[in-house]
Design a protein around this ligand. Structure first.
Ligand code: C2E
Ligand code: MG
Ligand code: MG
Ligand code: MG
Length: 280
């Protein structure tokens, strides 16, 4: 009996493995399909001044048009399969095209940040492509930012630096993303000419419940000492906003001021210029 049960268990296990493999292959194909057949779109999340609610920028975030997978799933799949360079180019063009549309409507969109993944470093012609998009749509380089993470400089220090310098010569400006999630070294922060540092949501979640918690205050002071502006990600409540105001955190991005939304929604936000969740 023992033997038979063992065998059955094996079969069940095998079936499950097969199902898992089929599921992950399905996901892989869904991502490939979205990349190859215009299945991606962008949503835009406002970034505002903590004290005034004045709109200072947007972060552009990729979505699958059919919403089958969230970016937390499809971005890692793209990275693992060597497709992130393609996504980088697709998102870059879509964002610049959107800025062009807004400028043609006499709207004056604030800088829009585009996420740049570490895997894109191997796309040697990305900056040429970026420049072509800017020229094609007659958009100045100041209209965009690239969001990079610190891991870029730890895992690919030499390539990252070369990319960074070339981009910098082109006039590209950067934001440091997900600060505080891992390696955060002060010396690294100091060596990078980024203007804004985005403090990761996890820092806020872990250190915001108690306003006496010195950690968040310390992180913000660190960023300021270095002459950079601090942006806190993932702000969801009025209480958090008040705390961040007291801590002199310059900028905020989060559901409290606005969820990532399609271009039409972002257009409404641009027209408003100032966000006030208490009144809106
Ligand atoms: P990220 O760059 O750190 O983006 C911030 C994430 O936090 C976004 O998730 C955003 O929707 C979410 N978020 C913003 N405010 C709040 C809030 O108040 N509460 C909560 N719970 N979440 C908030 P999203 O859009 O799901 O993207 C996840 C990650 O996927 C991004 O993290 C980024 O690393 C990656 N990603 C998204 N779009 C792109 C893209 O176009 N290119 C690349 N390379 N990566 C992307
Ligand atoms: Mg980002
Ligand atoms: Mg982030
Ligand atoms: Mg993050």
């Amino acid at each position: 009996i023992g033997k038979r049960r063992g065998k059955n268990a094996c079969i069940v296990y095998d079936e499950r493995m097969k199902q898992e493999a089929a599921k992950s292959e399905q996901k892989r194909l869904a991502v490939l399909d979205a990349i190859e057949h215009d299945g991606l779109t962008m949503v835009y999340q406002p970034q505002v001044e903590t004290a005034t609610g004045k709109l200072t920028g947007f972060e552009a975030l990729a979505r699958m048009k059919d919403k089958t997978l969230s970016p937390g799933v499809f971005i890692p799949i793209a990275e693992a399969n060597g497709w992130i360079q393609k996504i980088g180019r697709i998102t870059t063009k879509m964002v610049i095209r959107q800025i062009c549309v807004w400028r043609n409507k006499q709207l004056n969109p604030p800088p829009i940040s585009i996420n740049y993944s570490i895997g894109q470093l191997s796309d040697a012609d990305y900056l040429t492509y970026l420049k072509q998009c800017l020229v094609m749509y007659a958009v100045p380089v100041e209209a965009i930012r690239l969001e990079i993470t610190e891991s870029l400089f730890i895992r690919k220090e030499r390539e990252a630096r070369a990319f960074f310098e070339a981009a910098h010569r082109m006039g590209v400006r950067f934001m440091m993303d997900d600060f505080g999630t891992g390696y955060s070294s002060l010396s690294m922060l100091q060596r990078l000419p980024v203007e804004e540092v985005k403090i990761d949501k996890s820092i806020l979640d872990n250190h915001c419940s108690n306003s006496g918690d010195p950690f968040l205050k310390h992180v913000i002071a660190l960023i300021h000492d270095d002459g950079k502006r601090a942006l806190c990600e993932g702000v969801e409540t009025q209480i958090q906003r008040e705390l961040l105001k007291d801590l002199h955190c310059d900028l905020i991005q989060g559901f409290y001021f606005g969820k990532p939304g399609p271009a039409e929604a972002a257009e409404g936000v641009i027209r408003k210029g100032v966000l006030d969740p208490e009144k809106d």
